[in-house]
Design a protein around this ligand. Sequence first.
Ligand SMILES: [Zn+2]
Length: 198
Amino acid sequence: MQFIPFEEGIEVKGHSVKSVVDGFNTFAVLGSAYLLDEGIGTPAPNGLANLDLEGWYPQRSWLLCFQQIGKQLGDGLLMQVGMAIPRNAVFPEGIEDIHEAIRSIDVAYHMNHRKNGRPMFDPESGRMQEGIGHYGYEPVPGKRKIICLCENPYPCAFDHGLLTAMAQRYQSNARVTHDEAGPCRKQRGDRCTYVVSW
Ligand SMILES: [Zn+2]
């Protein structure tokens, strides 16, 4: 189900958190207000939330911020915040095509979260810690299509935006659709499935 952490004590990197400000675009002050309301960042004189990009913030608070945005402004804004993730969050280096892009999301997702004070993916050992769910990558043989199963506490619309921006960065004609036959986190399901095609 969306908005509820899988485990307590998980933190999110400042670079990722900034996507809320970025996703609100010209309404960055409004996006900042949602962060500040949950105790994320400190208020700057211009109304924006001052964030430590290399710092870490509680995932629970960030999810509450998404819940409020979704409730008050709707899925469109959550999708825009998701679309801001690829240009803000830390991603592995050397991504060159849409397959690597979608496959890297799960690694990037763990690089941008911390558990017990340690990033949940260590690029040196390649080790991943469990506790925040996953972003799937399942290419369809012979087709320009990837199935992406998202089983994590983030909202459906946010992941739709994240996948869309990531796919379109490497394949400008890419489309992402939600598999309506399967469960959806917005309807209390435990996962959503998206189809990336181009
Ligand atoms: Zn969904």
